[in-house]
Design a protein around this ligand. Structure first.
Ligand code: ATP
Ligand code: MG
Length: 573
């Protein structure tokens, strides 16, 4: 590509609306342009990067015999009603209807469509296992679209789905995909980790997220210093050595704690350690008929509740919300002063879970369900609960299961693999005949990669004050051939010849033949982040050109006749 003919328009100024470095640099380097919130046009440079990432993904998935198809974006609502997600997917689902008032969705993911395809085409165990993928635009009406391509409302995903009759077969394919993902992210030049992830209300099965380590990441990862244990904080487990408090149980005593609602306020006012208090979180889950199911989660005052663990322990379908003042009033619960005391009216209308930590406590402080009052010397026998378990958020510094210590890092989720089991095949009645001729429900896996998010994540890990430093494998161009001075006839002739040679050798080059100052061209090259500059200047008359690596690892002169072999070598290493 000749720069002079390209559709590239770079900017010096940092765009105000862009908070993260990848968003700023993608806008400045002419890779993307926003159309509306969370919706972007991919400009030539951005699209080239996406195509390179896609091709790496394709190569590695084809290698494990996954096959590419392309499913429709527009999906009939009937399928989503059948799977139950027309309701449970909630407000993120982009819904629309046609001229006959039939409901449709713009696909945020394709389980429903692939299951429908599968049940209409595959009938026998002989066709299994099967792994099918596509690379396509997805739509999600995100609550907070932000950070450019990182969290869009329209974005490009690779999604794959596998079908099996036995768990062993799924386990094997899951591992194949996991290994393929590691090769993909390595080839993309990313520093990443595969971490244990939450499997949501489906429960039981395994799931891993692929996290690119970067301070701008939206996920917290806890990892052990002793083994390769790493998990999303939503899922992470730590060990607390609980010791039973052996004190004698005292009679509970009402104490005034005016305007003191937080654990810190109450414990300092009553002069007790936060670990001698309990706190209750009041939650609710909306049902399909718009009614609510109410929940209470209770934990030792110095610990934090993990919302995802609470959701899972109750088997809730959708994310839980906080009860509102109106809910509290209707139930007769006193916000800020609540504990699930046995004698509270309406307690039968809520389900209560206590964290295991609470079971070891005696004579603790908890809300009295009376405005401005707590009880001292509350005991387990004073409270009602339906369930108990680990609902605790693991923290940096906690002991890990392997005996090591947990540390925390930020990650960007670029991929997610998941043993789905029979969730969709049961809901959508999808069976094949086994080797005995009996119809059996199929077992599924699903595997996603955020193609457009990978591009943003790569920048978060690779930049400097001057711009992007693309990993070679996904750079928009590998080489920037720069003609320093367009009036220098010798140099022009030489660079035209080198350019022709590069094209003949399939080298991915952009040729900066613009009638601009050298400094201007260098700035663009650095901003766009092209890994190798070949600079044709005065030295051309003596048969020499300059080379410069974008990552600063080398710069020097080489002979013109060595340019092609130099680039081939550069590309390999
Ligand atoms: P997140 O927790 O970040 O919302 P998710 O769990 O909803 O992600 P999946 O449904 O597993 O994501 O989708 C597969 C992949 O698609 C993710 O790993 C991520 O890389 C990408 N992805 C998901 N949502 C977006 C988005 N709004 N914009 C860009 N990429 C996305
Ligand atoms: Mg999401």
């Amino acid at each position: 590509m000749r720069f002079s003919k390209s559709f590239i328009k770079t900017y010096k100024e940092v765009p105000k609306e862009a908070e993260t470095i990848s968003h700023q640099l993608m806008l400045r380097a002419s890779m993307i342009r926003q159309l509306t919130r969370g919706v972007y046009t991919y400009l030539p440079l951005g699209l080239k990067v996406l195509k390179k990432i896609e091709n790496i993904v394709r190569e590695e998935l084809n290698r494990i015999d996954a096959q590419e198809i392309l499913m429709p974006v527009l999906q009939p609502a009937d399928l989503w009603q059948e799977s139950g997600r027309w309701f449970s997917y909630g407000a993120e689902l982009m819904r629309l209807h046609d001229r006959n008032n039939r409901d449709f969705v713009l696909g945020p993911t394709h389980e429903e469509v692939i299951v429908d395809l599968f049940r209409n085409t595959v009938t026998s165990y002989k066709d299994l296992p099967l792994n099918i993928y596509q690379i396509q635009t997805k739509f999600r009406d995100e609550r907070r679209p932000r950070f450019g391509l990182m969290r869009g409302r329209e974005f490009i995903m690779k999604d794959a789905y596998s079908f099996h009759l036995t768990q062993e077969c799924l386990d094997k394919e899951y591992n194949n995909v996991k290994e393929a993902y590691c090769r993909i992210f390595e080839r993309c030049g990313l520093d990443f980790r595969a971490v244990d992830a939450d499997t949501g209300s489906i429960g039981g099965s395994e799931s891993h997220e692929f996290m690119v380590l970067a301070s701008s990441g939206e996920d917290d990862i806890l990892y052990s210093d002793k083994s390769d244990y790493a998990a999303n904080v939503e899922k992470a487990v730590s060990v607390l050595d609980f010791v039973m408090d052996e004190s004698t149980e005292l009679e509970k005593e009402l104490v005034a704690t005016p305007d003191m609602k937080t654990i810190e306020e109450v414990s300092s006012f009553l002069n007790v350690d936060p670990s001698k208090t309990i706190k209750s979180v009041l939650l609710k889950e909306e049902q399909e008929d718009k009614s609510f199911v109410y929940y209470v989660a209770v934990i030792r005052g110095d610990l934090e509740i993990n919302d995802v663990k609470v959701k899972n322990i109750f088997g809730a379908k959708i994310d839980l919300e906080m009860m509102t003042d109106k809910d509290l009033e209707e139930l007769g619960f006193v916000g800020g002063y609540f504990s699930p005391l046995k004698d509270i009216p309406n307690l039968g209308k809520v389900k209560v879970v206590i964290d295991e930590s609470v079971k070891y406590m005696k004579n603790f402080v908890g809300g009295a369900n009376v405005e401005g009052h707590h009880y001292k010397n509350m005991n387990l026998s004073d409270i009602h609960f339906d369930l108990s378990g680990d609902i605790r958020k693991a923290q940096k510094g906690d002991k890990a299961l392997d005996g090591g210590t947990l540390d925390i890092a930020r990650g960007i989720e670029v991929g997610h693999i998941f043993k789905l089991g029979k969730k969709y095949s049961t809901a959508m009645n999808t069976k094949v005949l086994n080797d005995k001729g009996v119809a059996e429900t199929v077992i599924m896996g699903c595997y996603g990669i955020g193609i457009s998010r990978v591009a943003a994540a790569a920048i978060e890990q690779n930049f400097d004050d001057f711009g992007i430093i693309w990993p070679k494998s996904i750079a928009p161009y590998l080489v920037d051939l720069i003609l320093l001075n367009t009036k220098d006839e010798v140099a022009r002739e030489v660079s035209e010849k080198i350019y022709a040679d590069m094209l003949a050798n399939n080298i991915d080059v952009i040729y900066d033949d613009r009638n601009e100052k050298a400094g201007f061209k260098f700035k663009d090259a650095d901003l766009i982040g092209i890994p190798l500059k070949i600079i044709v200047g005065k030295g051309a008359a003596e048969g020499l050109v300059e080379v410069k690596h974008r990552d600063g690892s080398y710069s020097g002169e080489i002979k013109i006749e060595d340019v092609i072999s130099y680039i081939k070598e550069f590309e390999k290493n």
